[in-house]
Write a protein that binds this ligand. Structure first.
Ligand code: AHR
Length: 650
């Protein structure tokens, strides 16, 4: 977390009449236990979040399986696409390059995912391709890194001497830094060459893995300390049609043989078409589980429930043909948790992870609705309870946070006794302010709430301070109701600045840089300071949920013996408050100095940019604690996390 030692408003002496001083009373008696997995991330391959983003592969369409097999490639000379005797059964297309020994050269050049590939001078890159010669004699291939200005920067030569498919690997150093470089392969000697699965990764991926992830992006996730990690979406789970739904079994095993799929974000928004956006499944379920393990998040996979996107095809699997779908869910649990003698557990072990991943959550269906969803969900619940009784099932309340489907689905989910109900809300800041009390009256006996997709959508659709502040204010209500809201994930997570379909998003990036938004920092403040138990915080006996622009909640952290209070002041003027701690025992006292982390801006439209990435970041201040009181001046338009350790009296 980037923190500046500033005190600004929080310590400033401001002329506010004493009568305006407000007292927020915090009872120090611990209440409900807070789910340690509470705040997390929602990941989907949208905005080039996986292919072209988190997944560190630099070659687009490496297997020649897009609808137009040479999309992403510039072929030159005699080039054809073949399928006869392929290297990989599930990715059958490959390219044949014929070099006749004339003036012309035959070869291929790849443009990377979004306007080139990021190569960094002196860094190593691992090139892998599969090839066989069709001609009598060996064929020599020249591999080059080319700058955006078309100058070769690094080259190497490979002799393909096998008449059978063979894997060729070489590590090359980039001669220059260029975020828009290209990869070129040229046949140099007379002959015919078949080539497939042309892949280029930085050697320096997260944890140095070969089929690895972009280090800077994983670092940003790691720094969030997410409790839970939802994957693979989102609408991608549903597919536009059932054929294009996400099928987890296609995303495991050798990467070369994972069949390509459409990516619906290629064509969902007509005003933002990305015809070259597909899913390679290179970042598949195995890589996902590893990532969760690396960053300490609990995986929460979501699977198709037998319905294609209801906004699009709405295709339904007949109820008596649901078995393979239900079996997919049971098998996924086996892949994650089964011992190595089981079919799917042994695949996990062969992929390199004999120990179970300890999966405990599973979502069935994304934004589904209607009786057709409930009927199908029931089949999953019945089978999962029988075969995987430890798995906590997440059902759905549809695409909206209210309305007819929401009202219909909640009681139905209760009837099915799912463990969690997924709620989605992409709403304006005003909605977030108005809904800080949303969960105060929720039924405590039914399924718990999983706020599975939410984000404040300012009319500008920017990740600006207003959006972040309204999320911070709203989350005080989530925290206050942490007994009923047990999981929450902001959505979507990632977006490429030059290739997005949906915004706002929590983390932006380009080929070489990462940009953290004010929304990211709000999530991080909650995640790092979630505490272990709720504390009752009131003003004049009532929860603080927007009265005179103040939103507040408090937690106790048993691990560090600290009280943590969160307060958002959404007014455009400062406010004087006194935090009063009620119920301190005889031997309990508060440390005389509180630590404050806060975000503030006079400009609600302020955003972080690559030029000024720290425009809105948490800053650090302090405040005096006098016995059981902590007086504060809250800056206008600010969110603060006030941390006060307990000290034991002798
Ligand atoms: O987060 C983007 C999309 O919003 C998700 O794919 C979908 O579930 C929701 O409508």
């Amino acid at each position: 977390m980037q923190l500046k030692r500033l005190s600004l408003w929080l310590l400033a002496a401001v002329a506010i009449p004493l009568s305006a001083q407000r007292t927020l009373t915090v009872s120090v008696k611990p209440g409900a236990e807070i789910n340690p997995d509470m705040y997390g991330v929602f990941f989907e391959d949208i905005n080039f979040g996986a292919d072209g983003g988190l997944y560190a592969e630099l070659v687009k369409n490496r297997s020649f399986e897009f609808d137009y097999p040479l999309m992403g490639w510039t072929p030159f000379g005699e080039v054809s696409v073949e399928t006869e005797a392929p290297a990989f059964e599930k990715n059958p297309h490959y390219v044949r390059l014929t070099e006749k020994g004339t003036y012309k050269r035959a070869g291929l050049q790849n443009e990377g995912f979004v306007d080139g590939m990021n190569l960094v001078r002196g860094k190593e890159y691992r090139l892998v391709f599969y090839a066989r010669r069709q001609s009598e004699r060996p064929v020599r291939v020249k591999v080059e890194f080319i700058t955006a200005a078309n100058n070769p920067m690094t080259s190497a030569k490979v002799e393909v001497d096998s008449p059978e498919w063979q894997k060729y690997t070489l590590v090359m150093k980039a001669g220059k830094s260029d975020a828009h470089a290209r990869l070129r392969l040229t046949v140099e000697t007379k002959g015919v060459l078949d080539i497939d699965h042309v892949s280029l990764f930085p050697v320096d991926t997260w944890n140095g893995r070969e089929n690895g992830l972009r280090k800077d992006l994983v670092q940003a996730l790691y720094d969030l300390k997410p409790g839970v990690f939802r994957f693979p979406g989102g609408c991608i789970v549903e597919g536009s049609t059932l054929d294009t739904r996400y099928q987890w079994k296609n995303s495991v095993g050798p990467v070369e043989n994972r069949p390509y799929n459409d990516n619906r974000w290629n064509y969902t928004f007509r005003h933002r078409l990305y015809p070259d956006y597909y899913q390679s499944y290179g970042l598949g379920f195995y890589e996902y589980f590893l990532l969760c393990e690396d960053i300490g998040a609990e995986p929460l996979p979501v699977l198709n429930c037998g319905i294609g996107c209801q906004y699009q095809s709405g295709e339904l699997v007949p109820l008596d043909e649901m078995d393979p779908y239900v079996q997919d869910a049971i098998d996924l649990v086996e892949f994650a948790n089964g011992d190595t003698t089981t079919t799917w557990g042994s695949l996990r072990a062969r992929m390199g992870h004999p120990e179970p991943f300890g999966l405990k959550y599973l979502g069935i269906g994304n934004e589904q609705w209607g009786e057709e969803f409930v009927q199908r969900e029931a089949l999953f619940v019945e089978a999962l309870r029988k075969h995987c009784p430890d798995i906590r099932i997440v059902g759905s309340s549809g695409p909206s946070a209210d309305g007819e489907q929401f009202e219909y689905l909640w009681p139905e989910m209760k009837r099915l006794k799912v463990d969690f109900v997924d709620e989605h809300y992409y709403k304006p800041p005003e909605w977030f302010y108005a809904n800080a009390g949303r969960y105060d009256d929720y039924d405590r006996k039914g399924p718990k709430v999983y706020a599975g997709e939410y984000a404040s959508h300012h009319k500008s659709k920017e990740n600006n301070f207003e959006a972040a502040l309204s999320e911070a204010a709203f989350l005080t209500g989530v925290e206050r109701n942490a007994d009923v809201v047990r999981l929450a994930t902001y959505a979507p997570l990632l977006a490429h600045v030059d290739a997005w379909q949906w915004r706002p998003d929590m983390i932006w990036f380009d080929n070489s840089r990462v940009l953290l938004t004010p929304n990211y920092y709000v999530q991080q403040l909650y995640s790092l300071h979630k505490g272990t138990h709720t504390l009752r915080l009131t003003e004049n006996g009532a929860a603080v949920k927007g009265q005179e622009s103040l939103y507040a909640s408090a937690v106790y952290d048993a691990d560090s013996a600290r009280i943590i209070v969160k307060v958002a002041n959404t007014a455009s003027h400062p406010q004087e408050v006194v935090l009063r701690f009620d119920g301190l025992k005889r031997r309990q006292a508060l440390q005389p100095q509180a630590e404050i982390l806060y975000m503030q801006s006079d400009d609600k439209n302020a955003v972080n940019t690559f030029k000024n990435p720290s425009a809105i970041v948490p800053q650090r201040a302090g405040a005096a604690v006098e016995g059981d009181r902590c007086p504060l001046t809250l800056a206008p338009q600010s969110f603060q996390v006030i941390i006060i350790p307990f000290v034991s009296k002798p």
